[in-house]
Design a protein. Structure first.
Length: 233
């Protein structure tokens, strides 16, 4: 077992060493009489400390894949194991528990709550877990300071730049110390210098957590920084 694996004693209770393994994931959507094949027999497998980029043209199913892996949507077929446990095919309640405990999600369009400040947005996942409010705010302040937003704690999302909003969204995804981070085009709306910065920040922070990362990107240069790349058609 390498160093990373031994450090995350809270996860990898199962022996395979894989934090996520997805086999033959397929998904169709029905809209009226039309059917859209969003995913066809997609496979992936990741260990703690590894990163995987998902690339493919618009409409190729990248967001659908991430939503299914994160338990936000059900696949039609296939199996997903997270930390060795079957994570789809479960009740909504169990999928929600798995998602809350093990997964951090950075959405394609940040999804910050506009009526809450940056620090409150980041603290929200801890507050939902019933961490004491003052402790949740303290942790949120710390992580925001670590990623260069010490002077933006009390800004509301509409007052932040695009890059700053993405940093806040990343901080919110990481604050619960997840073992798997799913990020859907976290740099999609940024200029290339900012995109590289945010992408590297995400890779670095996920490595620090000894977590695994699955990230959707249109940028093949950024994708090559990941350990694995899968291409959807
Ligand atoms: N809820 C839904 N109902 C019907 N069709 C859907 C639904 N969600 C996605 N689709 C369809 O499934 C396909 C895959 O969508 P998805 O959002 O996963 O693509 P994507 O690769 O993330 O695209 P983009 O790069 O534009 O974000 C698209 O053709 C889309 O229209
Ligand atoms: Mg998408």
């Amino acid at each position: 077992m390498n160093e990373n694996l031994s450090e995350r004693k809270d996860v990898l209770r199962h022996s395979s060493g894989k934090i996520i393994e997805a086999n033959n994931i397929s998904k169709k959507f029905k809209v009226g009489r039309d059917q859209v094949i969003a995913l066809q027999k997609t496979n992936l497998s990741l260990k703690l400390g590894e990163s995987l980029a998902v690339v493919g043209p618009s409409g190729s199913g990248k967001s659908t894949l991430l939503h299914i892996l994160g338990g936000l949507e059900m696949s039609d077929s296939g199996e997903i194991h997270i930390d060795g446990e079957l994570a789809n095919n479960e009740s909504d309640y169990l999928r929600t528990i798995t998602r809350n405990e093990k997964i951090g999600f950075v959405y394609q369009f940040h999804h910050l709550l506009p009526e809450f400040s940056a620090v409150e947005n980041v603290a929200m996942p801890l507050i939902i877990r019933r961490v004491k409010y003052s402790q949740a705010l303290k942790s949120a302040k710390l992580i925001l300071s670590q990623i260069g937003l010490k002077n933006r704690l009390n800004h509301y999302p509409p007052m932040l730049s695009g890059g700053e909003r993405q940093r806040v969204a990343i901080a919110r995804a990481l604050i619960t110390n997840p073992c798997l981070v799913l990020a859907d085009e976290p740099t999609g709306n940024l200029d290339s210098a900012n995109a590289t910065d945010i992408f590297n920040l995400l890779l670095e922070r996920v490595k620090l957590l000894d977590a695994a990362l699955i990230v959707v990107t249109h940028d093949s240069k950024l994708a090559r920084e990941c350990d694995q790349v899968i291409s959807l058609a």
